[in-house]
Every structure is written in C-alpha cells, then in structure tokens.
Design a protein around this ligand. Structure first.
Ligand SMILES: [Zn+2]
Length: 80
C-alpha cells in the first residue's frame, strides 16, 4: 500500500465531535483549569493540519479566551 499527500482544508462537518479527547486551559482571570470535552462539544468545519483557535469559556468568570491547537488527520498504513 502507498499513501501520498496530506489533508489540506476543512472537514466538511458542521459538528465535528471527537469523543475521548479533552483539552484543558487555565482561565486568565481565576487561574482555574477549564476543559473542552469533545464528547459533547465540537469544532465546526475545522481546519486540518494547521493551527487554529480553540475557544474556552469560564462560567463563574464569564470569561472567554482562546488557545491555538492543531487537529491532525492522516492515514497510516499498518506495518506488517
Ligand atoms: Zn475563571
């Protein structure tokens, strides 16, 4: 099997859930760790293999902030 190239562009998916993945970031106001749980939150038409903003929200502070992260999608062949 031969695999060539890498995914460029966006995933054509309005609600791209990723069950099993959680991303954590510290609220700049209260310094408490907040999470993005992709079991029940999603990226909308996410860009692939490039850094993009991930948006966080702290409910008690009503604070929004963003961090840059990358959604990587690739195909790997099973090694014999
Ligand atoms: Zn906070």
């Amino acid at each position: 099997m031969k695999i060539i190239g890498s995914f460029i562009g966006n995933v054509e998916c309005k609600r791209f859930y990723m069950p099993g993945i959680k991303v954590f970031s510290v609220c700049p106001k209260c310094n408490e760790e907040r999470e993005l749980d992709f079991n029940n939150q999603y990226l909308s038409y996410p860009v692939v293999n490039r850094f993009q903003p991930f948006y966080f929200y702290c409910k008690p502070c009503e604070e929004n902030w963003e961090e840059e992260a990358m959604l990587e999608i690739k195909i790997s062949g099973r090694q014999p």
